[in-house]
Design a protein around this ligand. Structure first.
Ligand code: SF4
Length: 439
């Protein structure tokens, strides 16, 4: 573990927790003012067939009739943004498991494509949905990137994650992935490293499988869990050994970089220009759906995490936004520094265009600290990440998303009774055969 790891994490944990504090209730029920340029649209589909114990996303168990009502509200909210002047360039559908109801998803994709010409459409799915007929439907709907949540090919780890029964064992997942190759411009596989109980040989085996499959893109995240979900996760999965995080990351770079290029510190692509969901190359993005975040004109927005409240608001003609927070100039500079360097470099020309010389003055402590620990290199045209810097940025980004997960955890705590009731009803419906996914 590099010497700076603990102090760095302690410092950024405080900074991100402050930055993510949504103190203001949103004044307007309507969408914020539309930016001049087309932006990225994120749609949140919070339904899953099983709830993995490590997961801190906003998700509930799939319940077919309620899921359909939600998708209907989601489409209304998209139209509301369009009527408010928003135009979309890229679409990302995440969750949850967006493909849990394929008909609803396809109707939603068709709506967005009809409103704005899209450059990319990225959707997340799970291995059990990789059926040939479903893959063909998504391809015909314009999907350019299919991202499959695999996490590991190790049967023991899949069992601990409660994923093996529903999504299949490692061999079955690999077979399904092999059948999905070549259908979309980008087939991405999401993996996790430094899982509780994961050893270096287990990671090596996962890397062997990935290299055999030769998919277009691999995203390898460290485990990120909200503080509120950590004890539950540790009870069912055990505790991860933090000392293995850096050697594991180094091993991932050693094995993947000869064949892939680093699209970001944790995303490895075969081709240049492949989309990485965590690279923010546009200034603004809009999140629609319950528990989605937006960043428009320097203000962060959050929609309500209550699915009932969300549907009622949108059915009544409002957006799902219930909270907002205006970021100060220094916070926006820091956000830029974090997000853009995650992609490997921050060009001086872009800094000057966006912030002028003030950027170098106001962020002088951060710039000096990162350079001093050997995380960045200051070239004539750009600030660039070093190899150690890539690991550093994995830590920073993981801490940032942990802060986001903490916000999710706090917001979900307020509506825990509603979520519990929803999950219970969905279980009963599934037992009665009502909630069978349509893929
Ligand atoms: S990891 Fe994926 S499948 Fe599991 S609960 Fe989270 S969103 Fe759902």
């Amino acid at each position: 573990m590099p010497w700076f790891e603990r102090p760095l994490l302690a410092v950024v944990h405080r900074a991100y927790a402050r930055a993510m504090r949504f103190a203001e209730e949103a004044r307007a029920l309507q969408p914020p003012p539309a930016p001049a340029a087309p932006c990225q649209l994120y749609l949140h589909v919070p339904f899953c067939e099983v709830l993995c114990p490590f997961c801190s996303f906003h998700r509930v168990r799939h319940h077919a009739p309620k899921t359909r009502r939600y998708f209907d509200a989601l489409r209304r909210e998209i139209v509301l943004y369009h009527e408010a002047g928003f135009r979309f360039r890229d679409l990302y559908v995440g969750g949850g498991t967006p493909t849990v109801d394929a008909d609803e998803l396809l109707e939603t994709l068709a709506l967005v494509r009809g409103l704005s010409p899209l450059h990319t459409i990225s959707i997340e799915t799970n291995p059990n949905h990789l059926q040939p007929a479903a893959l063909a439907r998504w391809r015909d709907a314009g999907v350019t990137r299919l991202s499959v949540g695999v996490q590991s090919f190790d049967d023991g780890l899949l069992e601990r994650m409660a994923r093996r029964t529903k999504y299949g064992g490692g061999a079955q997942i690999a077979e399904r992935l092999a059948g999905a190759r070549g259908i979309f411009p980008t087939l991405n596989v999401d993996m996790i490293f430094n899982l509780p109980g994961q050893t270096l040989p287990m990671l090596e085996h996962d890397l062997d499988r990935l290299l055999e499959l030769d998919v277009d893109q691999v995203s390898f995240y460290p485990l990120m869990t909200a503080r509120s979900a950590r004890s539950k996760m540790e009870r069912s999965m055990g505790v991860a050994d933090a000392r293995l995080r850096h050697p594991m990351y180094e091993r991932i770079l050693e094995r993947l970089l000869p064949r892939y290029r680093a699209a970001s510190a944790w995303c490895f692509s075969r081709s240049a220009g492949a989309f990485d969901e965590y690279i923010i190359d546009q200034d603004d993005y809009v999140g629609a759906g319950s528990g989605a975040f937006s960043y428009v004109g320097g203000t962060m927005y959050s929609t309500t995490f209550s699915l009932e409240h969300y549907c009622r608001r949108v059915e009544g003609g409002a957006s799902g936004i219930t909270q907002q927070r205006l970021l100060g100039e220094r916070e926006r500079m820091r956000y830029d520094f974090l997000m853009r360097l995650f992609g490997g470099e921050l060009r001086h020309a872009d800094i000057r265009r966006r912030w002028g010389r003030a950027f170098y003055l106001r962020l002088a402590p951060e710039l000096a600290a990162m350079r001093a620990i050997g995380a960045t290199r200051h070239d004539a045209d750009a600030i660039r990440l070093t190899r150690l810097g890539m690991y550093c940025w994995v830590l920073l980004m993981a801490e940032f998303f942990n802060a986001v997960n903490d916000v999710r955890g706090q917001m979900r705590e307020h509506i825990q009774a509603e979520l519990d009731a929803w999950n219970e009803e969905a279980c009963l419906a599934a037992e009665a055969g009502v909630g069978t996914p349509r893929t």
